[in-house]
Unconditional design. Structure first.
Length: 164
């Protein structure tokens, strides 16, 4: 329970940073031209994403919000299975899971709140290189991506059952 409370407090802090970044994007970027941060590579732009990652499932805001809520509930319910158990030892995978847990919670909640209260997710980070363009994203998306990366790394570093 202590680890969950620590993860929840960390997630709330991350969520506040995500919400602040989105509010700044709305206030400063909505209706304006993209702001070049690194010429030809990175811009700050205002995008209303009514889908999910890479613009998939456009217009399905409520099913995506419900999916996010269900995913969050399953992650909290089965958190030791997903994020590891620090009581089992100080293994690298358990520590990676402890870092990934609040990132995942904050990312999911940040985008669900946007979908529920705005009807879309505010994205603002726009990377491109020549004609290649990476879909615009936000901090919540970054939190989820980092958490997934950490969980993949933990699964690679975790000793197999035969080695235990």
């Amino acid at each position: 329970m202590k680890r969950f409370l620590i993860a929840a407090v960390a997630a709330l802090n991350l969520l506040a940073v995500d919400a602040l970044a989105k509010e700044i994007a709305v206030a400063r970027l909505k209706g304006a031209a993209a702001v070049s941060v690194v010429s030809g590579i990175f811009d700050l732009a205002y995008v209303e994403n009514r889908g999910c990652a890479w613009g998939l499932f456009q217009g399905h805001v409520w099913p995506l919000a419900v999916f996010g809520i269900v995913a969050l509930a399953v992650l909290v319910w089965k958190r030791r299975s997903f994020f590891g158990d620090l009581r089992a030892g100080n293994s690298v995978p358990a520590w990676l899971g402890a870092v990934a847990e609040p990132l995942m919670y904050a990312g999911i909640v940040g985008n669900v709140l946007d979908r529920v209260f705005r009807g879309y997710v505010v994205d603002m980070f726009d990377f491109h290189w020549g004609a290649s363009h990476f879909p615009c994203f936000n901090l919540a998306d970054s939190y989820i991506s980092i958490a997934v990366g950490l969980m993949l790394l933990a699964s690679i570093l975790e000793p197999s059952k035969n080695e235990k």
